[in-house]
Design a protein around this ligand. Structure first.
Ligand SMILES: [Zn+2]
Length: 254
């Protein structure tokens, strides 16, 4: 079975809209995989119009959390479920199991191979999970600051981390208010937090401001929405990016 991605490397997932070619690809596919959150509102119309396309909304398989605003965050909690389910390795494991079952169902001849691949991948996810746990259990602190959007609710809850950020996960608005920046600067200074995070595709301006004011180090924490063209060509994957996050987390918590 061959696979194709609708989102090109470097493309912003929250503003993605399908091209006519994308719609044809969906109509002709054997299995359409999607997350099923607020960024995927465009999907239902296409699935309704397409006849008998098998679709797998991965949010159906995990315990969902509402998008919430934590202290100091601006923007609005719109009452939607947080769609960033994949940021927890446990959820990633549930997601790949659902995909494996669907593939084996469509192509029973390949079931042994799909199962083997699933087991291999799950053992790598278990290693990733234990790497995160090891960093957290031996850490000096438990608080992270993101000078950015915060698509890490599932990750933070999984590992019991306290996180402060400027905006909720899918926020696509403007620059932060002065009050938000001041709140985060105070948090970094009062708790002597050594690292301020930004996420991929960020303009990093807010992180720069907070790092200049506090002397904290600026580091990327990758939320794995999408990769740049360069990272894609380098062969970066969910697992490689999350392992970079393990290293970044270690610096931030010590
Ligand atoms: Zn998002």
């Amino acid at each position: 079975m061959s696979s194709s991605m609708l989102l090109s490397p470097g493309e912003e997932s929250h503003s993605y809209e399908p091209t006519p070619q994308d719609i044809i690809a969906i109509q002709n596919c054997d299995l359409f995989l999607y997350i099923g959150g607020e960024s995927d509102n465009w999907v239902s119309e296409i699935l309704n119009a397409a006849d008998g396309v098998r679709a797998l909304p991965l949010m159906d398989y995990v315990d969902l959390k509402l998008e919430t605003l934590t202290e100091g965050m601006e923007g609005e909690a719109d009452g939607d479920y947080d769609e960033h389910i994949w940021t927890s390795p446990q959820n990633a494991s549930v997601m790949v199991s659902a995909i494996e079952q669907a593939l084996a169902d469509i192509e029973p001849d390949g079931a042994d191979v799909y199962l083997q691949n699933l087991e291999n991948y799950n053992s790598q996810l278990e290693t990733l999970d234990s790497d995160f746990r090891e960093v957290i259990s031996s850490a000096k602190r438990n608080t992270l600051v993101f000078a950015d959007r915060f698509p890490f609710r599932y990750f933070a809850d999984q590992y019991g981390l306290d996180c402060y950020a400027a905006f909720p996960g899918c926020y696509m608005g403007s620059e932060p208010s002065a009050a938000t920046v001041v709140f985060l600067i105070d948090k970094v200074q009062s708790e002597h937090i050594p690292v301020v995070f930004y996420i991929e595709f960020s303009n990093e301006k807010m992180a720069d401001t907070i790092c200049e004011a506090t002397g904290a180090k600026k580091l990327l924490f990758h939320s794995c929405h999408n990769v740049t063209k360069t990272d894609f060509e380098k062969g970066e994957t969910y697992l490689s990016l999350m392992h970079s996050n393990v290293l970044a987390l270690k610096e931030a918590l010590n």
